[in-house]
Design a protein around this ligand. Sequence first.
Ligand code: HEM
Length: 524
Amino acid sequence: MSSSLESPLLLRQGLVLLNAPAVSWLAAALVLPLTLVAWFTVSWASSPLRKYPGPFLAGFTNLWRVAQVQSGSYHLRMKKLHEQYGPVVRIGPNLLDLDYPELIKTIYTTDGKWRKTEFYENNSAMVNGKQTFHMFSTTDQAEHARMKRPVAKYFSLGHVLALEPHMDTVITDLMKNLDDRFVNPKKTCDLGEWVGFYAWDLISSATFSRRFGYMDAGHDFDQTISIADKALDYFSAVGQIPWVDYLLDKNPVMRIGPPNLSNITRISLESLIARMQGKDTNFNPSMPDYLQHFLDSKVAHPELVDDGIIMGYLLVNMLAGADTTAITIRAVFYFCLRHPDTYRRLVAEVRAAGFDRDRPAPYAAARQLPYLEAVVREAMRLHPAVSMPLERYVPAEGLTLPDGRYVPAGAAVGLNAYVVGRNVGVWGEDAEAFRPDRWLQGEGEADEDFKVRLQKMHAADLTFGGGSRICTGRNLALVEVYKIVATLVNRYEIDFEDPNKEWEVLCRWFARQKGLVTKISMRV
Ligand code: HEM
């Protein structure tokens, strides 16, 4: 009895013990969390995306997505979520991940209506206190068109093929390095790493006739490659909550991160200045490069191109053009080595083409090989270099999904090449299988049926994006890929060092791999 009387008394005494300032501190400390909870709850409850399924936390906060990026398995997790929830998954308070390949042509258009989200914007730099974008990172469609127009033609297949002599010198040096370091003497070759050196040296050679020098050094001697990886880690994680970039990178008081791409910037700037002053000793006018094209574009379009824009072109060539190509080449070799029948067939086709074993394979001839094409396409389908959603804002008219549901203007949506590349509606029940034959006409398959099937597959291929923001460098990338695969397959016997060892894939916008360790020997 007494205790029930004492309890309120004790409580009152306790409150008295908590003096007035303490109570106000306690109240103040609770205000922020309570406001946040209230704000999140109201936003969640009032969001027009509430009806779409997805992980509970994802509907409340983009921190959930940061955690998915940090896991390194973003692509696998998204695929699983689609298996669980269906073609539409809400992966952020205002973001839907869609597995409707038929929407690629609706969303990735050339009409400029589907704007990139702010996800892309942290891939920019502060120049004289002003945030400066390049062709990849700008979300302003008019600015993008102004940047792209003067240089688009230099990425056409015709112009890319004029760069083939650059590629041939780099490939010749790659062969020499592989011979001297791994064939004789016989040593284990981390082919994945060497493909990276090749891709970085090639893109710098094609861009400013100067190599980074990774093949000569045999390692990432100035850490540019590992810094580029860290920059992507930052890009992919901070892009989920774009305003955080203004605290970390674009903070005017104290810059916290990401690591500076100082080496790439320095080499680009040095090359630009030397070329403008006519002192670029690396440049051979009979072998044009992108820097020369960009300078020509400044002459042709002085109203659109200045030196800052040229720096943007140079940087984006490096950042978008090296790792993506390396990832694709690694994927081709990985899947071939995992599938000996495929590999044997590829070897037979390449060898029958009669390429000179001591020279880089010419692109025009390599491109004629149907099985090589099928292998490359299949490898890119199963392992697209970019394996996160390409986010866009739904424009004023909204988006009606194939199932009739409506997504209002202002919501963000995206398709992920990794997910749509496994859509069973397009690729069939064996969508997860590496089967290059799916790209070829089947025995007994009528021409018209094959044409329709191929069109359906092409329409679902998001490897290089689509519409006005489609990958500018896709021709360059494919020429590099076809040439190097045909050359290496023709020259070397390549096997896994340990077939039981799996590679590691870390998805941070690019799905980069580690551990394609091989033994290689000269073909007889
Ligand atoms: C196999 C290699 C490559 C793959 C798979 C690839 C993939 C992509 C993808 C998916 C996009 C679209 C991003 C989006 O819409 O959000 C893109 C954009 C871009 N890529 Fe590539 N890329 C490759 C190689 C290259 C190369 C070699 C270059 C340049 C030398 C390059 C330059 C660009 C640029 C400038 C953009 C931005 C285009 C724009 O917004 O107008 N890429 N790439």
